[in-house]
Ligand binder design. Structure first.
Ligand code: SF4
Length: 345
């Protein structure tokens, strides 16, 4: 997945020179070139209390705070297209995580505009139920009645459905979900699925039924990735199976410009075609899905059409459409979108 020159140099260092220090130095250079933490994640949206930054929290949208518990910063999968790869590569200066759970509750008490907490990683469901409960239960107190939705981002639904079915504390996890629902909040599992095959095994289907059986909701989301899920039929099967089991199709994302993204990326016009083809194969119940959606510096934008400008296909999104109208055919990357008009997803 590396460019040929980088691959050749690294191969030489590993197989011929066998110099660990030189290898480590070169690998670090490659990683830094790969745009770790796209869209200003390390430097922007970092909440502060008494002017001190809170490590492991992000507050990008008024309503939603992201929380990165330190114990959840590994994953069931190590996807080579992961946009959170700096969390996993042992470079502490690139990583954000929260060691103190009380800082989250303290921050939320000061922010009544926040309705949603997204516990993310990595994969928070790497944690055992007892550790996860220590982060979630403080959010159920009356002083945090404004928190309506507690979300958990996870790949376990696809890569370790045993987490909900047969793990030693699987039932405890379901009881935790029930306590959240019983407290009057929405327990929202944000399930990362990349392909229909992930939902074909019986245990993966059982996991969906057990999650929704607690009163929690399960939304399905994932990036469009070249070599992996370019076939619209795969998306349609995934959404249809999910809906049959009680899940909600949510997002098809555009792969972010980080990591070895040249290997995975598709033209935005092609992404739009794939989304539209899949969307047309499913009934209205699956059409809760949105996409192709790009996470960008100012927020999320949706690719909402294909325009031909000077004979070249361009994909106006809700941000760049005003620019396209004036004749600009630049290929914007998610970090180079120029302005923020009103229309966003
Ligand atoms: S499942 Fe998600 S967090 Fe885990 S490696 Fe893959 S993209 Fe990254």
């Amino acid at each position: 997945m590396l460019p040929p020159d980088e691959y050749a140099r690294l191969r030489d260092l590993v197989l011929v020179r066998r110099d660990p220090a030189a290898i480590a130095d070169y690998v670090r250079g490659i990683r830094m070139r790969m745009n770790p933490h796209p869209a200003g994640q390390m430097t922007h949206n970092v909440p502060r209390v008494n002017d001190a930054p809170l490590r492991g929290l992000q507050h990008k949208y008024d309503q939603t705070v992201l929380f990165f518990p330190s114990a959840g910063q590994t994953c069931h999968a190590y996807c080579t297209f992961c946009f959170r790869w700096p969390q996993f590569v042992g470079m502490d200066d690139l990583k954000f995580d929260a060691r103190e759970s009380h800082e989250l509750a303290a921050y939320l008490k000061l922010h009544p505009e926040v309705t949603d907490v997204l516990i993310t990683g990595g994969d928070p469901l790497i944690m055992n139920t007892r550790s996860l409960a220590a982060y979630i239960e403080p959010l159920l107190v009356p002083e945090l009645a404004h928190i309506q939705n507690i979300r958990i981002g996870t790949k376990s639904v696809a890569y370790w459905p045993q987490r909900f079915v047969s793990d030693r504390d699987a039932d405890d996890l379901l009881r935790l979900f029930e306590r959240v629902v019983g407290a009057g909040k929405n327990m929202a599992i944000m399930g990362h699925y990349n392909h229909a095959v992930e939902l074909r095994p019986d245990i993966a289907q059982q996991a969906v039924k057990r999650i929704v059986g607690t009163g929690a909701t399960l939304r399905m989301q994932g990036p469009l990735i070249r070599h992996i899920n370019e076939d619209p039929k795969s998306w349609a099967e995934l959404w249809q199976t999910g809906v049959r089991l009680g899940a909600i199709p949510y997002y098809m994302f555009v792969e972010r410009d980080t990591g070895p993204h040249a290997y995975f990326q598709l033209p935005l016009a092609r992404a739009h075609e794939i989304f539209q083809a899949a969307y047309q194969m499913v009934s209205g119940l699956s059409r809760t899905v949105r996409g192709p959606s790009m996470s960008a510096f100012p927020g999320k934008v949706v690719i909402d059409g294909v325009a031909t400008i000077n004979g070249e296909k361009s994909s106006p999104c809700s941000f760049c459409r005003p620019v396209i109208r004036t004749g600009c055919a630049s290929r914007f990357t998610p970090n180079s979108i120029p302005t923020r008009p009103g229309s966003t997803t």
